[in-house]
Design a binder for this molecule. Sequence first.
Ligand SMILES: [Zn+2]
Length: 279
Amino acid sequence: MRHVDLDRAGAALPEGWETRAAAALAEVATAPPDKRSAAINKYRTVWRELAPVLSQLSHSKCWYCEARENRSDKAIDHFRPKAKPVEADDTHPGYWWRAFDWKNFRYSCTFCNSRRVNVEDGTGGGKHDHFPLLIEDARAFDESGIDGENPTLLDPIKPGDTTLLYFNEEGRVESRISKTIHAIHWLRANTSIELYHLNHKEIVEDRISLFNSIKSLVGLGKICFDNWQAGNAAAEASYNFVVGRLTALLQEQAEFSTAARDMVRGFRDDRHPWIDGIL
Ligand SMILES: [Zn+2]
């Protein structure tokens, strides 16, 4: 998960979009509760229209997992669900008043957005209509209560939230924070890993192959760096190539760039004094 500056979407909304969103919301607001869901879905093209704008903010990567999965039907997730949150009691109407609010949209792959069980290992994940709060009693029933909520799920539009995850050498993501010292941060990280399905088998395999590429580059970099000092011109050129490749893996547009950063950081030691200069 890498921070996404959602505010930039505000300046890139298609012409007339806010008017169309306001009209859709006005119709939903007057629909009886049992017809509200159908009224919202009738206007699904309103939020889908923003997919290209939101995709551009993350270089076409899912905001939750940083995958650029071309086969995925990229969805727009409503961070606060438009239907009743799974964790809420039956009296909650869902955050229907945020169904057409672009600040509630998150660009998401289907693995993070849709609930599914992995048939191979039985693990489940996917956000769907989940929206747990640290204190369920604080759940908002209208906009006036929103600021009093403490969402459990990490939010990619908050820079601080993205610091709570750590990617290890096995390709898996875990809480960067220890449970014994900061139990709430730990809980938020682990709940997010499960509900965004961040350790789904296929994405773990992708991260393992990323780690193997980084490991090879670092190994080559060490040889070239040492030989460059010995005056070998070819080694200098190869070292520049390695640094260029590693730097590219950490850049904002690279797939799994935050995982790459943690992986490269893992090689910082006296044998690789040059790694710090890349990070
Ligand atoms: Zn994803």
